[in-house]
Design a protein around this ligand. Sequence first.
Ligand code: FMN
Length: 300
Amino acid sequence: MGLGADEQTQFTVDTSKCIRCGRCVAVCTGMVIEQGEDGLPHMLPFEHFGWRGCWRCEHCLAVCPTGALSIFGKNPEDSLPPAPPETGEYLEQVVANRRSCRRYRDENVDPAIIDRIMAAMQNVPAGGNAQSTEYTVVDDKDRMRQIRDVAYAAMKEAAAHKRYTSSFDDFYYAKMKQSEATVRKGDLLFCGAPHLFVAHVKATGRWAADYAINCNLATAYFELLANAHELGTVIMSYPSDVLCELAPEAREMLGIPADHYMKLIVGFGYPEIPYARGVQKDRRKVHRWTEQSGGQLNLL
Ligand SMILES: Cc1cc2nc3c(=O)[nH]c(=O)nc-3n(C[C@H](O)[C@H](O)[C@H](O)COP(=O)(O)O)c2cc1C
């Protein structure tokens, strides 16, 4: 039975470094690491990765204070260090300064930046640590233009016959059309973005809803990472609806299987217009339980 053995997870312990603290046992989500009588951790046999065994979360590698543990052939020294204390403040600045960018420079983003973001995207959370979410990136503006031309033509043809996506009607389409004169300069569909990111997945079975949520979560992480790297981004549902409902041939050009869930897509690139400061939105419906409020609605 079982995968289980150390060889399957490539679980190794450097006995000269292990201080036998047991932290790897205490954080093991799959509860498959045991501390032996000699104090050294070892991997128990298990049936399958996931709920019936190792979750591939790598907490064991990450928690080990001396870097004694390796799993899946990963060298602990290759892990990024914890973020420095000032990160909280920086992240607040990123969130206040992230915004939907709807005008882009007609320029490819440096591929090294896209590579960095996609490397970081390996580590985004997913329910049950499911690694089923797939990412599609259009990293060439000419390819993006081809896809846009096909999708745009299909959308325009449908609109000529008063056919719209399920999310749109005459009013919304006219409003978007109007936006091409200013905010969505010449491209109501993809806002002229030179690149596209799409998280998609085959979402079936018991966890189908979670798989779809994983995609949307990945979308949010991508957006934040891209903004942290000073790129402009726009999360979009309308063009995704166009791809899925009106322009299957454009969706095929993205190589996204027809049976995959996709909903939010992210256009990105170098912003055309620099902004001078962050926004100051008032999100009023924040409920916080404090002793004073007794759980009452607090206005920030
Ligand atoms: C789920 C979702 C769908 C969106 N769809 C579109 C879209 O199709 N087209 C678009 O231009 N912006 C779209 N947006 C961007 C929102 O309109 C935008 O986030 C909102 O107006 C707030 O502006 P901000 O992002 O600049 O803070 C979408 C955002 C979200 C979160």
